[in-house]
Design a protein around this ligand. Structure first.
Ligand code: ATP
Length: 319
């Protein structure tokens, strides 16, 4: 019987469990034997292989996090370690490795593919910062979490007529900040791709006050500025004394939205179908509403940056 192994790697994201469940059940349905590898690439080296069955993945579809645990294992960039991992996978009789994670995790899969391993990558990170796909599983859930949290902060900022700074995740990308800003009506969004200078932020806040707005919400993507420095700068250069909330890991937790859980199910189905048809070493991309197999090389080149039009729209709507 042909063997599939599944691992989750990098930051956890809502929908990882949905993908583990769907991959396992679809693969078993098609006659594969399925193993989970705990703690990402580290788990290959430590031979943490566990058999997965329809029952062992029961009850996880709506749970956040990953039942397979995840790890950051930077040593996996070392070619000797990659070769050892390849040997371990072969020794366990693994025919195909399915990696669930972000762009770093996909690079790990790429290096194993270059050694001859058959791999697939399911894009799963809250940051939505991967090449080759317009959408990563987990982004929609994180966005909804941010919008909910900012709504609550906005209520209290309104009552106290204060400026509220909210730091959101996204690593070097402004996808979460910009989309959340549009969804919750933030006055200012600071993204790493095009960070507004802080003196402009101060000017904007003063104008907002003159226009009669009693409070403002500023979303700071973690990759744009140190949010503590934004707070200090505003305090020093204006009469405002902003509050600061760092949403942090709150954004990574929680069960997946319906959109993320359904996308995980559909990508998993496509992944197994592709493997059965002899296509491997692909990222499952979500492009213009369709799931498409994208070669790792193409994924590295196919960038989907933040939409500048969203930024302009946000400025118009926050007036
Ligand atoms: P997220 O951005 O959501 O945290 P990610 O998959 O991008 O997800 P990383 O920490 O960048 O997270 O990568 C996860 C793991 O993938 C690393 O700990 C490492 O084991 C492996 N990895 C990352 N980059 C490479 C690379 N260039 N070559 C081989 N393996 C890599």
């Amino acid at each position: 019987m042909r063997r599939i192994a599944i691992l989750t790697s990098g930051g956890d994201a809502p929908g990882m469990n949905s993908a583990i469940r769907a991959l396992t059940r679809k693969a078993i349905h098609e006659g594969f034997e399925v193993f989970g590898i705990e703690r990402g690439y580290l788990g290959i080296m430590e031979e943490q292989f566990i058999p997965l069955s329809n029952r062992s993945v029961g009850g996880i579809i709506t749970q956040g996090g990953t039942m397979l645990k995840t790890a950051r294992f930077p040593e996996f960039q070392n070619e000797d370690i990659q070769r050892k991992a390849y040997d371990i996978l072969k020794a366990h009789g693994i025919n195909h490795l399915i990696v669930i994670g972000g762009d770093g995790s996909m690079r790990g899969a790429t290096s194993l593919a270059e050694l001859g391993m058959s791999t697939m990558t399911i894009p799963c990170t809250i940051d939505n910062d991967m090449g080759g796909t317009q959408y990563t599983i987990g982004f929609d859930t994180a966005l909804n979490t941010v919008v909910d949290a900012v709504g609550r902060i906005r209520d209290t900022s309104n009552s106290h007529e204060r400026v509220a700074i909210v730091e959101v995740m996204g690593r070097k990308s402004g996808h979460i900040a910009l989309k959340a800003g549009l969804a919750c009506g933030a006055e200012i969004v600071l993204v790493p791709e095009n960070p507004m200078p802080l003196h402009e932020v101060c000017r904007h806040l003063k104008e907002t006050q003159i226009r009669g707005k009693e409070y403002s919400v500023i979303l700071v993507a973690e990759g744009a500025y140190n949010s503590g420095e934004v707070k200090s700068y505003i305090k020093k250069h204006t009469e405002f004394d902003p509050s600061l909330t760092v949403l942090g890991y709150l954004q990574r937790g929680g069960g997946p939205s319906a959109f993320d859980a359904i996308l995980a199910a559909r990508m998993s189905e496509t992944c197994i179908d592709l493997l059965m048809n002899g296509t491997d070493n692909r990222l499952l991309g979500y492009i213009d509403g369709h799931i498409r197999p994208i070669s790792y090389q193409e994924a590295e080149l196919l960038d989907f940056p933040i939409n500048e039009k969203d930024y302009t729209l946000l400025s118009i709507l926050s007036s």
